[in-house]
Write a protein that binds this ligand. Structure first.
Ligand SMILES: *Cc1c(COP(=O)(O)O)cnc(C)c1O
Length: 391
């Protein structure tokens, strides 16, 4: 099997053909010529598109290099997440969602409950996680650490490393526990990307991600996908996409595929920068709660080393400044870092997460996404902005 850097540049490409481009351009078609029977790979543009086919093949090769997987691309990460939830869950089912996950999980919870689905919020902690010293508390403590939280559940949702808390959860262990009770397991693989971690190899039934972040990495595309090795599960997800029409555009799909070629380069450079930044931050007295799975002192480090690919702990570093005003002064003083949400892009971004109100984080909590800048320049800019913010 080739290395990831080799795999990404050819993933999903057709066999080379004389006078044809390596990656054929986007196919813009609402419908395809369809003489006679209503069958064939391409019929109507909401059902399928050759540009999706190539992108999906590429992502499948990255999520599951050793075994065939089915990948379904979506218009956004949320479209992919909801496709798994709503293709699998029925009224009367129970689902376990993480207490510290993507900020829209509480909204999803409300919607699922309105459809008669029981939602249990689990911390998935104390023994399933390297430590409990996260700087935030669960969205809902009601079902906190319930030992039977998986009993009778249809689906367990895991987000690891979690966003924005950066806790790492043991996919293999949680998947074994869920499967023993007949529950399916989905992992949100957005932060790690398939180059940082392969949930399907670790026992998950679904690997789901927002391709908007590090996967495409340029901050110019919204995209999502679901990968699974089970054809029946893939069929359900595909039928959901067709039914609700949450399809990616051909142009976005093509841009996403084009971006994959540099994924290994970006992941490596961003991980290196994130380590340099986290290390520098750990030395600053005004900075507390530095989290990055690659930091040897991080509570999640031991598990991250076991579960994630070597040196690929992601581009996100989180930390806490004394208060809101201090954090705002810091963000304003940065010159190489944009104050923006999202993460995973080639240009560094940072934000005061509490400005959204959705995450349970302190007012001075910063989520920092490291781009592909030279780490020494980035660290110098951050240290200078920290000095400026002290005033
Ligand atoms: C951004 C994000 C999503 C949602 O993805 P969109 O492409 O914005 O719809 C889901 N999960 C995680 C962990 C994310 O960071």
């Amino acid at each position: 099997m080739t290395g990831d850097g080799t795999r990404v540049v050819r993933a999903g490409l057709p066999e080379p053909a004389a006078h044809e481009p390596a990656l054929p351009g986007p196919v813009f078609a609402a419908h395809f010529h369809l003489p006679g029977e209503a069958a064939g790979p391409y019929t109507y543009g909401r059902d399928n598109n050759p540009t999706w086919t190539r992108l999906e093949a590429a992502i499948g090769e990255l999520e599951s290099p050793g075994e065939p997987a089915h990948t379904v691309a979506f218009a956004s990460g949320m479209a992919a997440i909801t496709a798994v939830l709503f293709s699998q869950l029925r009224a009367g089912d129970a689902v376990v969602l993480p207490g510290d996950g993507y900020q829209l999980l509480p909204a999803l919870r409300t919607r699922l409950e309105s459809y008669g689905i029981e939602v249990r919020t689990a911390r998935l902690s104390t023994d399933d996680r390297a430590s409990t010293s996260a700087p935030h508390t669960p969205v809902d403590r009601a079902h906190d650490a319930r030992p039977d939280v998986l009993d009778g559940a249809r689906l367990l949702w895991i987000e690891t490393p979690s966003n924005p808390g950066l806790d790492v959860y043991d996919i293999r262990r949680l998947a074994d526990a869920a499967h023993a009770r007949g529950a399916l397991v989905a992992v949100d693989n957005t932060l790690a990307t398939p180059l940082g971690q392969r949930p399907l190899d670790l026992g998950a039934d679904f690997s789901v991600a927002s391709g908007t972040k590090a996967l495409t990495g340029h901050g110019d595309v919204l995209m999502g996908y679901v990968s699974t090795r089970d054809p029946a599960l893939a069929d359900g997800v595909r039928l959901w996409r067709k039914t609700v029409g949450a399809i990616p555009g051909p142009m976005e799909s093509w841009l996403a595929h084009r971006s994959l070629a540099t994924l290994a380069l970006r992941v490596r450079q961003q991980a290196e920068g994130a380590m340099a930044l986290a290390t520098a931050l750990a030395d600053r007295p005004e900075v507390t709660g530095v989290r990055h799975p690659g930091l040897p002192s991080d509570p999640s480090h031991a598990l991250a080393v076991r579960q994630m690919r070597p040196g690929r702990f992601g581009c996100v570093v989180s930390f806490v400044l004394p208060d809101r005003a201090h954090a705002e002064r810091f963000l304003t003083a940065l010159t190489l870092v944009d104050d923006a949400t999202s993460f995973g892009g080639v240009r560094s971004t940072a934000e005061r997460r509490a400005r959204w109100g959705g995450d349970d984080v302190p007012e001075g909590f910063i989520r920092f996404s490291v781009g592909v800048e030279d780490p020494e320049d980035l660290v110098a800019d951050v240290l200078r902005a920290l000095d400026a913010a002290k005033a």
